[in-house]
Design a protein around this ligand. Structure first.
Ligand code: SF4
Length: 204
């Protein structure tokens, strides 16, 4: 099948490759700008994401939007996807076989986007993108480079809601992402407006 956004999204919506299809209301392919050069990857849909078919629309999504705004991004300046596209029961961590079954979709999305920056949000995404050896508390905030694409892991917004004390470290990671965006000259709300952003965030 030809690699197009339409084909990938349709395939996700109809997918029954793993057991997570049984409990879903909606598969959640991803959202954002399909021309964006920054890809954020989370773990999987939660209850509200499952209900709406959109990623990061619950409380964690609201925090993610705030984090994006703090570095002059919104959902039109990035693409947001998850490792698994269907909600695991009771929001448990996806099983390795579920992640493996779903990974071709994330690979296809990455091939279509050809991002310059990939941000893994949380341990599940970090292990899939950077390798099983990754420990999020130890390895977050460190840039890796693969074929001209810069990869970094930081905490998942859900974790930050459970443990707000970690927001300080997450903000340090987001400042690195902001700096890398500037270094690579990628578009942001600020550059698109051609002026200073009205409110420069300095915390999460
Ligand atoms: S989680 Fe992924 S592999 Fe499993 S059914 Fe959903 S789309 Fe298919």
């Amino acid at each position: 099948m030809e690699l197009t956004w339409e084909n990938v999204i349709n395939e996700v919506l109809a997918c029954r490759r793993c057991g997570l299809c049984q409990g879903r209301q909606n598969a959640v392919p991803g959202m954002g700008n399909q021309q964006a050069k920054i890809l954020f990857v989370g773990e999987g849909p939660g209850a509200q994401e499952d209900a709406q078919g959109l990623p990061f629309v619950g409380p964690a999504g609201q925090l993610l939007d705030k984090m994006l705004a703090a570095i002059d991004l919104d959902r039109q300046h990035c693409y947001i996807a998850n490792v698994v596209k269907c909600r695991p029961p009771r929001n448990r961590v996806p099983l390795p076989e579920e992640a493996q079954a779903c990974l071709p979709f994330l690979r296809a999305q990455t091939a279509l986007l050809r991002p310059k920056i990939i941000v893994a949000l949380g341990s599940t995404a970090a292990k899939q993108i950077l390798g099983e050896q990754i420990r999020i508390t130890r390895d977050r905030g460190i840039w890796h480079e693969r074929k001209g694409c810069f990869l970094i892991a930081t905490y998942h917004p859900s974790y930050l809601l459970r443990d707000p004390a970690q927001k300080k470290d997450a903000w340090e990671d987001f400042k690195k992402i902001r700096d890398k965006i500037a270094e690579l000259g990628l578009p942001t709300i600020k550059t698109d407006c051609g002026s200073e952003s009205p409110k420069q965030g300095n915390t999460l």
